[in-house]
Design a protein around this ligand. Structure first.
Ligand SMILES: [Zn+2]
Length: 188
């Protein structure tokens, strides 16, 4: 783990999808700070999402869930091409880099696309810079209590139920059992 990555310059990566590199702990703290400053998150020891933000976020997810989001993804993540596809009956988007310097997962489920596009846009509305909003979207998923698409309650479980083991065995994830997709991977 490198110790010299405190730069907030233009070299940030898109952190969309479930299998990408985890954001560094330091970056996580920086994003947390910005979200607290913008009243997106509240609290100290126990952090929660502000009710007003949560309401707007939920409304946005509800507006997006029934649509194909290729254009919205491309608009939200400049430099990424998104094409709708399917895997075992579950809608996904295949993502591809259009330019260098953008790191994107190859596939992102429709459920996560709904959550992340809604996060970024709602964050931008509250004054969070777009670049930070894109980085924060993944962290915000842990505050979801219901599925962005089917609205069923999310459960904490082992990843083996819906998508294979990590190198060190099952990983604890927040998932929608109905959509069979992991929403958030908890760090060990
Ligand atoms: Zn669901």
């Amino acid at each position: 783990m490198s110790e010299d990555s405190t730069s907030t310059g233009g070299n940030e990566t898109v952190s969309m999808g479930i299998a990408g590199t985890e954001p560094a702990e330091r970056r996580g703290r920086r994003i947390l700070q910005i979200l607290l400053e913008n009243d997106v998150l509240l609290g100290e020891a126990e952090v929660t999402v502000a009710e007003e933000f949560h309401r707007e976020w939920r409304d946005r997810m509800a507006a997006l869930r029934g649509r194909t989001l290729s254009a919205e993804i491309e608009e939200t993540y400049p430099g990424v091409d998104a094409e709708r596809t399917e895997y075992r009956g579950t809608p996904y988007y295949a993502l591809e880099e259009r330019t260098g310097g953008v790191e994107a997962d190859r596939m992102v489920s429709h459920v996560l696309a709904v959550a992340d596009v809604a996060s970024v846009r709602t964050l931008e509305d509250t004054g969070v810079p777009s670049e930070t909003a894109r980085l924060a979207a993944r962290s915000l998923r842990q505050f979801l209590s219901s599925c962005p698409v089917c609205a069923n309650e999310l459960v904490t479980m082992n990843e083996s139920c819906c998508g294979g083991h990590g190198p060190r065995g099952p990983t604890k994830v927040l998932a929608c059992q109905h959509c069979k997709v992991p929403i958030y991977v908890f760090e060990e």
